[in-house]
Design a protein around this ligand. Structure first.
Ligand SMILES: Cc1ncc(COP(=O)(O)O)c(C=O)c1O
Length: 264
C-alpha cells in the first residue's frame, strides 16, 4: 500500500515480519519508541506523504498490549492509516476469537487488521481484514500474495474447524485468563524481574546469557519445555525466559512453574 514518498512508522518492538514488509515498499520507514505515543506523534509530524502506522495488539516478545484507543485517536487526528497485527490476540481476545480491536469495538477505526492462525488457533496461515477497497487493492497489487501458491483447501478447513471449536468452547478464553491470573498471583510474590504483561505471553528477565541458560536448564530438569532468549535476540541485560500460558494448563502445572521459578 505505501508508495514512494509515503512514510511507514512502526513500533520498535514490532515483529520481524512487519519490518520486512516495510522494507518491501519504496516508502520511507522508521520506528518509534515502544508504546510511546508522544514519540509517535513527533515522528508523525516529521513524516511525508501518506502515513502508515504499524503496531501489534499484543507484542510477540514482551506480551504487553498496545494503547489501541489512543492510537486510533492519533491516526484519526493526522489522517494516517493504522495497520494492526493481531497475531497474539487472534483466538484469545474478542468475540469468537476475533481479536483486540473487535473486543474494544475499534475495528471500524483500523484500516488494516492482520490475523494469523499459527498461534492460539494452532494451525497455519494468516489473513488481512479491512474494507472492500483494501481487499480488492491487495488482490490486484500485493505481489507476494499474487505470485505465490494459494493455501491448500485442507489448511482452510483446518482454520474453519479451529474457529468452530473455539466458538463451541468459548469458555477457553476465560480459562486462559484464569490461568494468567494464577500465574501472576504467584509470580508477583517473588522478587523475579518481569516484563509488565497481562497476556498469555509472560517473561522473567534474568540478565546475562549464562545466567538465563542456567534457569532454562533448571526449568527443563523440572519438566518444563523451555528455551532461554539470549542477547542479541533481545537487548543485552534483558535476557529472559519467555512463557506461553495456555487455557489447558492445569492449576498444578502453573503452581509448579511458579515454585520452580521462585526456587531458582
Ligand atoms: C506479531 C507477529 N506477527 C506475525 C507473525 C508471523 O506469523 P506466522 O508465523 O504465522 O507467519 C508472528 C509469528 O511469529 C508474530 O509474532
Amino acid at each position: 500500500m505505501p508508495q514512494r514518498g509515503d512514510t511507514i512508522i512502526y513500533d520498535e518492538l514490532a515483529h520481524a515480519s512487519i519490518k520486512d514488509g516495510a522494507r518491501l515498499s519504496l516508502a520511507s520507514r522508521f520506528n518509534f519508541k515502544h508504546n510511546d505515543l508522544k514519540d509517535l506523534e513527533e515522528k508523525i509530524k516529521r513524516s511525508k506523504g501518506n502515513i502508515f502506522i504499524a503496531v501489534e495488539s499484543i507484542y510477540s516478545m514482551d506480551g504487553d498490549e498496545c494503547p489501541l484507543e489512543e492510537l486510533t485517536e492519533l491516526t484519526e487526528k493526522y489522517n494516517a492509516t493504522l495497520i494492526l497485527d493481531e497475531a497474539h490476540s487472534t483466538g484469545s481476545h474478542g468475540e469468537n476469537g476475533s481479536g483486540l480491536a473487535v473486543q474494544k469495538k475499534l475495528e471500524d477505526k483500523i484500516a488494516v487488521r492482520v490475523y494469523t492462525f499459527g498461534k492460539a488457533m494452532g494451525v497455519h496461515g494468516a489473513c488481512v481484514a479491512g474494507d472492500k477497497t483494501l481487499i480488492n487493492y491487495l488482490i490486484n497489487f500485493a505481489r507476494p500474495f499474487i505470485y505465490t501458491t494459494a493455501m491448500p483447501p485442507h489448511s482452510l478447513i483446518s482454520i474453519r474447524c479451529a474457529f468452530d471449536f473455539l466458538q463451541q468452547n468459548i469458555d477457553r478464553q476465560k480459562m486462559l485468563q484464569t490461568n494468567i491470573k494464577l500465574f501472576l498471583d504467584g509470580i508477583e510474590k517473588t522478587r523475579l524481574n518481569r516484563v509488565n504483561s497481562r497476556s498469555a505471553i509472560q517473561n522473567v528477565i534474568v540478565p546475562g546469557n549464562s545466567e538465563v541458560k542456567k534457569l532454562a536448564t533448571f526449568l527443563q530438569e523440572n519438566g518444563f519445555d523451555c528455551r532461554p532468549i539470549l542477547s542479541p535476540t533481545v537487548k543485552e541485560g534483558s535476557e529472559r525466559i519467555r512463557i506461553c500460558l495456555h487455557s489447558f494448563n492445569s492449576d498444578e502445572e502453573i503452581s509448579k512453574l511458579n515454585h520452580s521459578l521462585a526456587a531458582f
